[in-house]
Ligand binder design. Structure first.
Ligand code: ADE
Length: 243
């Protein structure tokens, strides 16, 4: 069985990919799948592209075509929760699509016909990622100072997803008011979790906070992805695989 590791953007996966032994590339529905070994584990690394449809398609292909034991998603997110700052890491325990609204036919946020608005992450994988994130964030990271990050923290809880990059203080405030337990907003996690639920397979999501989802939403996004988020993803996933 293999572990599938998915990111939306190339810069989010690059550092992990550089550690892949025996990189065998194949193509499926326009996606390049890199198969090989990471820390002795059989893995497939793949870029989903951005957004819920891209993530759901990727997850469904991986789970249907390969003997995937778990789906891990790594990337960046906007911080929503109090104290969730740029440079922090969020492990999603539950996922919700903030732009799902079939009301009045179904309650707001509920995925019609499923009876639920929240989908769970796998507890064991998430525990492992939390422990590894604590370990990695406790060690020195030279790039942090240039982003003004001094004491990064690990959070776990609700991550919300939608097909929109949230970059206005007004939308950020609306999401915070409507979903006060949401820690972070991104564009794929809830789609991945719904598909994993349909297939009865475990999934886990690890996000580095790149911005506060407000008017200042990160100017230096590409540099942050390469210098902080990609390196966290590499170090945290490798630590989780060797734990
Ligand atoms: N990914 C990183 N930052 C984000 C934001 N502000 N909104 C949605 N997805 C994101």
């Amino acid at each position: 069985m293999t572990l599938a590791i998915v990111s939306a953007l190339p810069d989010e996966l690059a550092a992990l990919q550089a550690r892949l032994d025996v990189d065998h590339a194949s193509t499926l529905a326009g996606r390049t799948l890199h198969s090989g070994r990471l820390a002795g584990h059989e893995v497939i690394l793949v870029l989903s592209g951005v957004g819920k449809v891209a993530a759901a398609t990727t997850a469904a292909l991986l789970l249907d075509r390969f003997d995937v034991r778990a789906l891990l998603f790594t990337g960046v997110a906007g911080g929503l929760g109090t104290g969730v700052a740029v440079g922090d890491v969020v492990i999603g325990r539950q996922f919700l699509q903030h732009d799902m609204d079939a009301s009045p036919l179904f309650p707001r946020w509920e995925v019609p016909m499923t009876g639920r608005s929240r989908f769970d992450a796998d507890a064991a994988w998430s525990d492992r990622l939390v422990a590894s994130a604590h370990q990695v964030l406790a060690s020195e990271h030279p790039a942090l100072a240039s982003f003004g990050i001094t004491a990064p923290r690990v959070h776990q809880g609700l991550v919300i997803s939608g097909d929109r990059f949230v970059s206005s203080a007004a939308e950020c405030a609306r999401l915070q008011a409507e979903l006060p337990d949401a820690l972070a907003v991104e564009m794929e996690g809830a789609a991945l979790a719904q598909v994993a639920h349909d297939f009865g397979r475990p999934c886990a999501v690890l996000r580095t906070i790149s911005d506060r989802a407000d008017d200042a939403a990160h100017v230096d996004f590409p540099r942050f992805l390469r210098m902080v988020a990609a390196e966290y993803a590499r170090d945290i996933v490798l630590a989780a695989l060797t734990a």
